[in-house]
Design a protein around this ligand. Structure first.
Ligand SMILES: NC(=O)c1ccc[n+]([C@@H]2O[C@H](COP(=O)([O-])OP(=O)(O)OC[C@H]3O[C@@H](n4cnc5c(N)ncnc54)[C@H](O)[C@@H]3O)[C@@H](O)[C@H]2O)c1
Length: 432
């Protein structure tokens, strides 16, 4: 099939590469010239595990191309996928739909022959109707349907998730569009569940799912606070809860609060939708407020740990919003560092992949290290903020020998408490 993907970010690029690998002819469009130039030089613009090899292979065999030219991509496409950003509006926190509407306006004039316009971007309920209206106003002769095809991939696992989705949701009332989407997703038949629903249901499924996962994280974080006060151990509690198949063991890891490019914006957008439709979503509203408070509290927890030497160096390990990605958007690690910067001028940070993105946000408010050792040298405390596998295998004795004071605040519960204590560290995890 011929596919145009609008937006080559964390969703558009892995999705484009994935569909190319499945044998489709993919053209990816972006409006940022730098990105397209880089991709056309055969280099990636973002880090995703497993992406590079598939990208190179499909560029070499001509199955995927990159362009700034919307027309050439759209006029030949059977399916045009919208994968542009829907960031939160800075004031209202609603999903800002300017990019999706701008893309719809632009592509409308180039539709040629029957085309499915499939929205992969996460958009509020009813956006499909608006996109349809926009295209119709600009090109009244266009033969098209707008379908909602929400994306559930996890950053850091985008390629794995593309080929192994939990489910594929297709939202449309059009029989013709549904058939084309089923053809596109035919390689997944028998490997995953398909759900064919109304467009508005499909749009809602994405937000309802993300908001539920955010609430699950918030719930386990509150339980962790309870365990700290009551003498229970959250890891044992979470394990016991997760054995119940009705609860499931995923998203029961306590930590510094949820973040990333999706949960904060999607919970806010869902809460806004609840208000708009007069159906208040109180659990989501509380989750949003308490998650924000938690990140500030975690920053102060670190400051408390160095109170005997407030000038002491704080070594921060991890800046990305989670392991496996270089994405720092709404990263709890960044929010916590910002909180600490209010109280300390001696913070040195390290992340295996996210240094460039973090530097663009944190600027010269902190120092930047080249390695775990570099960050920890002469530090009074080491703080783990992102769950990178490398951090689990830290050489504790070596690190202890170069730190000024052997103290660890592990906000991801990555280290084995017995090992850390045996190595002679003061240790604080979460919920123990
Ligand atoms: N990142 C995730 O893990 C994830 C997961 C599921 C769903 N989503 C949703 O997918 C959508 C995209 O997210 P992302 O993280 O890939 O965003 P992103 O910011 O990484 O990428 C968006 C890309 O779209 C491009 N773009 C914007 N307007 C354009 C236009 N008119 N023409 C061409 N290109 C244009 C931008 O330049 C950018 O490269 C969002 O709605 C997001 O909520 C994201």
């Amino acid at each position: 099939m011929r596919l145009a993907i609008i937006g080559t970010g964390y969703v558009g690029l892995p999705t484009g590469v994935g569909f190319a690998e499945l044998g489709n002819d993919v053209v990816c469009v972006d409006k940022i010239a730098d990105k397209i130039e880089t991709l056309n030089r055969g280099e990636l613009t973002l880090f995703e595990d497993g992406l590079e090899d598939l990208f190179r292979k499909n560029v070499e065999r001509g199955k995927i191309k990159f362009t700034l030219d919307m027309q050439s991509a759209v006029c030949n496409a059977d399916v045009v996928m919208l994968a542009v950003g829907t960031p939160p509006h800075p004031i209202t926190k609603e999903a800002d739909l300017q990019y999706i509407y701008a893309a719809a306006k632009e592509l409308a004039q180039y539709l040629d022959g029957y085309t499915v316009v499939a929205t992969k971007s996460t958009v509020p309920v009813g956006t499909g109707d608006e996109i349809e209206k926009i295209i119709r106003e600009i090109n009244c002769d266009a033969d098209f349907d707008v379908v909602s095809i929400p994306e559930f991939l996890r950053e850091g696992f985008a390629i794995h998730d593309f080929f192994n989705p939990d489910r594929i949701v297709i939202g449309t009332n059009s029989e013709r569009a549904r058939e084309i989407m089923l053809q596109l997703y035919a390689p997944f038949v028998g490997k995953t569940s398909f759900l064919l629903v109304k467009r508005r249901s499909s749009e809602t499924i994405k937000y309802a799912s993300n908001a539920f996962l955010a609430m699950k994280i918030h719930y386990i974080n509150e339980m962790a606070d309870f365990c700290e006060k009551s003498g229970a151990d959250i890891l044992e509690v979470a394990e016991g809860m997760g054995m119940d198949s009705r609860i499931g063991k995923k998203f029961l890891n306590p930590g510094p609060g949820y973040g990333g490019s999706c949960f904060p914006k999607d919970t806010n957008a869902m809460a806004q939708m609840g208000r708009k439709y007069g159906a208040p979503l109180n659990l989501i509203e509380t989750t949003i407020a308490k998650n924000g408070e938690r990140k500030a509290k975690m920053g102060l927890r670190v400051i408390e740990a160095i109170k005997s030497n407030p000038e002491g160096k704080i070594a921060v390990l991890g800046l990305a919003f989670k392991g496996g990605t270089d994405d720092c958007r709404e990263s709890p690690a960044i929010d916590i560092v910002r909180e600490m910067v209010k109280h300390s001028h001696n913070i040195c940070v390290y992340d295996p992949k996210a240094m460039v993105n973090a530097k663009a946000i944190l600027g010269d408010s902190v120092k930047y290290a080249n390695s775990i050792e570099d960050a920890c040298r002469t530090a009074d405390v080491m703080v783990i903020l992102t769950e990178w596998e490398d951090f689990r295998h830290i050489d504790l004795l070596k690190i202890k020998s170069i730190m000024a004071k052997p103290e660890i605040v592990d906000l991801r519960n990555m280290l084995n408490v017995d090992d850390v204590v045996k190595a002679g560290f003061e240790y604080q995890g979460v919920g123990k």
